[in-house]
Design a protein around this ligand. Sequence first.
Ligand code: AMP
Ligand code: MG
Length: 435
Amino acid sequence: MSLSSRFSCLDGHDPDALSVEQARRFIRSQLRPLSMCERVALRSALGRVLARDLIAPCNVPAAANSAMDGYALRHADLEATGATSLRVVGTAMAGRACADELAAGECVRIMTGAVPPAGCDTVVMQEVVRVEGERVVIPEGQLRGQNIRLAGEDLAVGRPALRAGRLIGPAELGLMASLGFAELSVFRRLRVAFLSTGDELCSIGTPLADGEVYDSNRYTLFGMLSRIGCELLDLGVVRDDPVLLAETFRQAAAAADVVISSGGVSVGEADFVKPLMAELGEVLFWKIAMKPGRPLAFGRIAAGGGHGGDGGGDGGDGGAWLFGLPGNPVAVMVTFYQFVREALHLLMGADPPPVVPLLPAVCACKLRKVPGRSEFQRGILSQTDGGWRVRPAAAQGSGILRSMAEANCFIVLGHERGPVAAGDVVEVQLFDGLV
Ligand code: AMP
Ligand code: MG
């Protein structure tokens, strides 16, 4: 079934008034993870997605050991009531085997991480004992098993330590190192081609002519895509010329899993791009009920004559998924964060894709908002005595990139929400974590 028929099967989905949630859900429903994987050294796995379940080849910790500096003893040697005096017959150090066998009434001094002598089932922390020459006095009330970390209590041998689909961060690196893994299987990087379209665009390094603007979208896209860990293919600025555009998209689809363009999908320009896209593949043009970022194109372009790669972009046609973002610089970032980011993580095999939560904050001033569309205002979140407060960045125009640089969060005003009064609670989404 074609993309457009899959889309039109969805009840109540009007391409001219799609909610953010409907668009997100449809995109999500169309994407399947890449299947290709590769083996990489542990450190190179940072930011990648684990391709196979990782089964623990050993227990972590490998043996029971002390969680404290103190004294290791047999709980059965302690008096039922009152303190017990035990003779200290040795010391157990971390990383050194302890040969001492304890006789009744004996204990050893033990360091954190050291393996207790056979039969010792309890560690008493050094702060609570009284040392009397070669003996220590243990107060009453010690619990059997206390302060001993059990073999395998962190990771048990034979059990999955991490599941396929896990996005690998610092904790996962450490966890895999604790199991002794020097290499692992991750999904291959997503190849993303990106370009800017528009006759008015000038690339940096060239003086601006009358009526031109510097192309900034390729730099925000570069930043966001790099943070996600994609392999990048920068296709530069392409003029509003159907032949050039078609050629660029064809090339991009042959070389990449995903193609991201900015500009050219707004009402006037879509009329010019739509027939072009119909030739290249199947692309849906939406007007999403959101601000900023209303126009969005989503679809698939075929490789068309190019060498099809490994078909890793799903669909098996060697083509690529296309995201046609609006041209306005803020709209590019908003639509990237709200639609493309999750899509890329899904294609990368992240399961579940990482979400950046919406958190409540008190809004410092009133905000205009009409029900019937989602808004992503740029906000500045700060801590006050009473908790977190957010105020909107000064200028909210979708061409004012300064608002993104000044802000540290989106103020997310949901589809149904009306105006906000000063002191109302709103939801914010921090840029940190969005990448
Ligand atoms: P468009 O969506 O192509 O109609 O563009 C909307 C607005 O965004 C216009 O003012 C464009 O000049 C501007 N714009 C488009 N692409 C870029 C870009 N790559 N960098 C900076 N501004 C852009
Ligand atoms: Mg344009």
